[in-house]
Structure formats: C-alpha cells, structure tokens
Design a binder for this molecule. Structure first.
Ligand code: P53
Length: 480
C-alpha cells in the first residue's frame, strides 16, 4: 500500500460531547456546568444563558439523549457500524463538581471507567476531549471563568487526575474543543462555552477579556500536554481547531488581504498549540492594542514545551469575507465582514456546503504545522422524517458525507496530507450546541425526541447507518 493512501488502521468513528448527549446533569454528585444553564433556542434565535437553573425553563442538556443510562445500547450500535474509535468528552463537573476541589468525585470517574471499558470491549478506541464547551458553573460564579489565572491550576489538576486514572484506557486526547471559536468575542454564546465568560450587558472589555482568557487556556493546554506525556509517553495529545477557511469575496487585493488578516486572527490559536509561540502578526497586534495584558516569561517557556502531537479539527463549511472601507485596518471579529458566497449551496440552517474547502483546509493545516491531522468533526445538521414504516431516508446526509470523505481522501492521496482518523459529528442525534435543538440532526442513529424535550428516546437506524457501515468496512473505497 502506498504511503499516500489511508492506512489500514485508519480511525473511522463518530464524535459527540458529554453535555450534548449524557443528560443525568445532577446524578451521582455531578455539579452544574455552563451548558446546564443554557436554554433551547432555534434557527436564528439565540440560546439564553440564565443565572443558574431557573424554574420553569427548559434546559436541553439536563436529560439530552440520556446516554448516561443508555451508553451500552448506543456503543453496541457504533460497534455494529464498525467504529474503530469514538470521540466524546469528559464532563469536567462530573469529576470536579465545583471545579476547585482537591479530591475528585469517585462516582464520576467510575462512569468514564465503565464507558471506556465498554468501548474497548468492541475494540473501539476512545478519543477524549478534556473541555468540550464545558466548565463547572461554580468556576464562573466564583472566579469569573477563564479571565482568572487560577483556572490554569484547576484545569491542570483535573487533567492530571483523568490522565492518571485512564492511563491505560485512553491514548488519544484533546484539550479544548474549537478553542478558536471565541475569535468572535461579540457572541456571548461562544464566549461562555469556550471560556466561561459571561458578560451581561457590559461588552466594553470583551475583546481584551477574550485574549486574556484564551492565553490562560493555551498555557493550561501546554501544561496538560507536558504532564500527559510524563504520565504516559504513548499518549497522543492534540488541540482542537474549528477550521473554517476564510475566502476573499473577489480577486480585489483589498478582499484578498482582508481574508488573509481574518485567517491570521483566527488561526494563531493553532500556531501557539502546534509551534509553541504566538505568531509575529499577533505579537504586533498585541503590542499596538493592549489586549493581552498578562503574559510572563514562564508562560512563554511553558508554551514552547507543551506543543501538541496532532491537530484535531472540525470542518463544516467555509466563510467568505469582503473588505469594508469603514474598517481600513483590516480588523476581523466575525460576522460583520461575512458575505454570501453564491458559489456554494447552503444547509437548512444556512451553513455553506463546500467539500473542496475541506481539502483546502487539510492542505492549509498540513502546510502550516507539519503535524498529523485528525478530523474529529464534520457533518450536516438536517431535518429528518420518520416514515410510516419507521424508516428514515437521509440521502442528503449521505451526499454531504460522501463528498467530504472523497475530498479528505484526495487530500491524503493526491496532496500527501497525513490524516489519522475521521469522526463525523453527532454520530447519534444529540442536542445542537448552537441552537439547543434536537431537530438539527447529524446522526446515523435517530433519537426520538423533539425540541420541547418530548419523546420516547427510542433509537432508530437511518439509511446513512448502513451506508457508513460499508464505508468503514471498505476503508473508504465503497462510497457509492
Ligand atoms: P451545532 C459554531 C460554529 C462551528 C461549530 O454545531 C460549532 C459551533 C457551535 O455551535 O460547534 C461544533 O450543534 C461543536 C459541536 C457542535 C457542532 O459543531 O450548532 O464542536 O459541539 O454540536 C455542530 O449544529
């Protein structure tokens, strides 16, 4: 077999996150996490972040799809599809209910022991994120979330406990899910999920808070990488970047340069994780604008010594930006510069569908960082319909995944990119992070539950279940 083809042990699987599927939000001493105070929104309607849990409001994470009690049944279905790996996250607040304790919660640790054993029973490799849009709520109310340097100690203590406990059960780890999402610091949801920053109406200092919080997270991540390698030298510890390549709206030089600045403003997170230092463009930006106020010489040393083993990425879509004359210094935050790209189709939620953008992304990351990549999220959120006979026909999902897998294989075979695995998002229907809906479905397995929280929670295999089973069986050669 050529070096430039998918290896035999390629990690095909699926991905989920604790707060979007486990439910059991208070069980066995679990503390509240930031996800537990977010209500359900809808397409175009933001989720509300409440002051603690408010009576009478609906919080989709509280029960989610009840994976906490049904994981055996669900993992059996993953095994039936032929999964080689399963990406999930540990709910930090199951291990440390408040986040600042010395001693972990044994019942929480035990749950993940059982879960990882159940995966291993079928030869499924767990791929584990330490913080997937997850922080104990107490760390927000008492310390202000990641704006506080103390969080570095709480996080590394948590990392040490789980690294030691699962030393022989887990090899693949990631630190912070989609750490670069907070680039758009005007989006309260992204600030809260990434960094536990809840700003109320006071957005004035949001940009500086975001850069400071992100810096502490990056230091904590580097410390965790360093620590993990000492606990088990075989650990593979990655970062997790939401890769949304940013295209220029036209061939006008101002549009091209605006897209370049937008890429810099988003992907410096990957530079720090993979190269161990801030890129010069960000150092210049910070020197000019007082935005990252606290960085020590020791921090810089830690960053340089804790570079990741691989780059985990999610890819859903590309984004297109245009220069605006009101923004002559090419500053980039997010939506204010985004324009419609007439050359790509859109999902029902308005997300562009761009498989070649995926191949472009894999090339871009490989060229910049020279590290192996792992695709830990990709997929299409869509409405599904259960037919009268109980079947679910989802050719749109198959089409999306087929085109993206083909693009990934092209990147490997034609462009020489090294990819370790592919875990499509939401391999079983779960709560949408962005909207809190159940009806935005990604799964190969349908879960009977609606946006108001009603349903039997019954699992049903969709057509895509049988399609993906064949994809895995053929190691990506039987896509049609
Ligand atoms: P949902 C924003 C932009 C790109 C990816 O997203 C994002 C988000 C947050 O909504 O999240 C990732 O559920 C994330 C998952 C999430 C998935 O993409 O909004 O890592 O937790 O569910 C899909 O459709």
């Amino acid at each position: 077999m050529s070096k430039y083809s998918l290896p035999k042990n390629f990690l095909w699987g699926g991905a989920v996150a604790a707060n979007q599927l486990e439910g059991a939000y208070k069980e066995e001493n679990k503390g509240l996490s930031v996800a537990d105070i977010m209500t359900a929104g809808a397409n175009g309607k933001n989720r509300e972040i409440t002051d603690g849990v408010v009576d009478g409001k609906y919080y989709p994470s509280h029960e989610a799809i009840d994976f906490y009690h049904r994981y055996k049944e669900d993992i059996k279905l993953f095994a039936e599809m032929g999964f080689k790996c399963f990406r999930t996250s540990i709910a930090w607040s199951r291990i440390f209910p408040k986040g600042d304790e010395d001693q972990p919660n044994e019942a929480g640790l035990k749950f993940y022991d059982d879960l990882f054993d159940e995966c291993r029973k079928y030869g499924i490799e767990p791929v584990i994120t330490l913080s997937h849009f997850e922080i104990p709520y107490h760390l927000i109310t008492k310390y202000g979330g990641w704006r506080n340097r103390k969080l570095i100690d709480f996080f590394t203590h948590y990392a040490e406990i789980v690294f030691k406990r699962y030393r022989d059960k887990v090899t693949y780890w990631m630190t912070f899910n989609e750490i670069d999402n907070q680039t758009d610091y005007t989006n309260q949801f992204l600030m809260a999920t990434n960094s536990g920053l809840i700003l109320k109406d006071n957005q004035a200092d949001a940009e500086a808070l975001m850069y400071q919080a992100a810096h502490y997270e990056l230091v904590a991540s580097a410390l965790a990488v360093h620590l993990g390698h000492r606990i088990n030298p075989n650990f593979k510890i990655g970062c997790m970047i939401n890769m949304t390549p940013i295209y220029p709206a036209s061939s006008k030089p101002v549009d091209i340069f605006q897209a370049e600045k937008a890429m810099q403003r988003r992907y410096w997170f990957a530079d720090v994780h993979a190269l161990g230092k801030y890129p010069r463009n960000m150092e210049a930006f910070f020197a000019k604008n007082e935005l990252r106020r606290d960085i020590t010489a020791e921090d810089r040393l830690i960053l340089s010594e804790g570079t990741v083993d691989y780059i985990g990425l999610s890819y859903y879509n590309s984004m297109t930006v245009a220069y605006k004359k009101e923004n002559p210094d090419f500053h980039f935050v997010g939506p204010e510069l985004v324009v419609d790209n007439p050359n790509v189709e859109k999902s029902s939620w308005g997300w562009p569908i761009d498989p070649l953008g995926f191949r472009y992304s894999l090339n871009w990351l490989a060229d910049h960082y020279h590290k192996p990549l792992m695709v830990v999220e990709n997929g299409l959120g869509a409405y599904d319909k259960v037919e009268n006979n109980g079947e679910i026909h989802d050719p749109y999902r198959i089409d999306y995944l087929k085109a993206h897998i083909r693009a990934m294989i092209d990147a490997v075979e034609e462009d020489g990119v090294e990819v370790l695995g592919y875990t499509p998002w939401g391999c079983i229907d779960l709560v949408s992070a962005g909207t809190g809906q159940m009806s935005k479905r990604y799964g190969f397995i349908y879960v009977d539950k609606d946006d108001q929280g009603h349903g039997s929670l019954k699992r049903i295999k969709k057509d895509s279940f049988f399609w993906y089973q064949k994809v895995i069986q053929s190691n990506g050669t039987a896509l049609d």
